[in-house]
Design a protein around this ligand. Sequence first.
Ligand code: AHR
Length: 497
Amino acid sequence: MFKLFINPKNKKGHINPELQGHFSEHLGRCIYEGIYVGEKSDIPNVNGMRKDVVDALKEMKIPVLRWPGGCFADEYHWKDGIGPKKGRKKMINTHWGGVLEDNSFGTDEFMELISQLGCKSYINGNVGSGTVQEMSEWVEYMTFEGVSPMADMRKKNGHADAYKVDYFGVGNENWGCGGNMNPDYYGNLYRRYQTYIRNYNPEHRINKICCGANAGDYEWTDVVMKTCFKNAEHFHGFMEGLSLHYYTVPNDWIHKGSATKFNEDDWYNTLKKTIFMKELIERHTAIMDKYDKDHKVGLMVDEWGTWYDVEPGTNPGFLYQQNTMRDALVAGINLNIFNKHCDRVKMANIAQLVNVLQSVLLTEGPKMVKTPTYYVFKMYNVHQDAELLDSYVETEEIGSEKDKVPNLSESVSVDKNGTIHVTLCNLSCKDAYDVKVLVADKKVKSVSGEILTNKMDAYNTFDAPEKVKTKRFKANVVEDGVELNIPACSVIQLSIK
Ligand code: AHR
């Protein structure tokens, strides 16, 4: 029996709903086909946005969406994507398959999507190939209420009211696809570009995000923070967030491994690489603490998830992959890690929303399937806006000869009504465990739960879309808490009153 201890008296921080954020990029079939099909499509849509996709995302409670990239962001010129569609300039999407981008989905379409989803907006600006003026005018186009050249252009395009931009990223991966810069050079550019991201509406302030490190590049974090904070401690380095990108790649970047065909060794290797997220967050946090000890700047893990070889027969530049129970565990473990570090992690965005990398939804023509990852996000949404509770679970080491992991991962929160929510993952692909949940100083009255479980390589297809989905889970109230048996390869959510 493994004990899970919860201390409801020790609240450890607020869990921003944005920890369960998403990312949409002009990449493969994410935007076109996956989200936007156009008003004239036979696929049911509202103003061009797929109705099935929007409905599923609302049901999942999507809190924030990042757009337009990724690497695409640093070659995107926003003025090409506004105004009458016929006149929009076309471009080659050089990063992703060299396909023609017709710019029919631009700023106004993204804001329409945000309004249909009812979530926050995260726009990523272009530093790599864009000018300060271009970035500044984009912000003016989106957020200026009064009379101005850009606001007038927006009105002429049929959008009288200014939009709300919640987050604005000043470049993406500027250490790589966003310009191959050195950290001190980017840090200085950040200071300059962000100056012209004006807050036209004091009630709707824009949270500015500085480009952070690639995985374990701690030097980038140190130099960028130092450069931005120099003589600017009072302004918190002019930023509300610093990003971090880390993908779970099973083998290496050349032979990443199949999304669906893997063995037990691959399973534990993937989960071990996922758990590395904890070390990354803690080490980047320690560096950020040198400059920002009060944690005014959030660590925004705005790209994470599994990255496998593309599905056989699909365009290698489109990054289309299937999604199994292994991805469900990757999602559950990462979301638990983000919760546990919510004093520093203020947003995280899985890559990517539909049809690319670790997607929550896959589409094929008019068909749509919810992936195992979708169900994990839906179960975890109980943590949104809740308070993290002090918790600890006893574990044992399991795994392959090469890769060892703890058998269980958990996080616990309490919501505004006093209900305690536990999310618990069983990392073993073959063993079930008895678990006792002990809540200090509380007599448990009731418990309800949900579970996602199946064989480790099970996944949903367009012909069998409901093979993997959540079911009710039975846990028992006992004298001193709750008892349960967690099956192998599963993610559960418990609500305790
Ligand atoms: O998500 C795919 C790509 O991965 C993004 O465009 C880029 O930011 C990262 O390298």
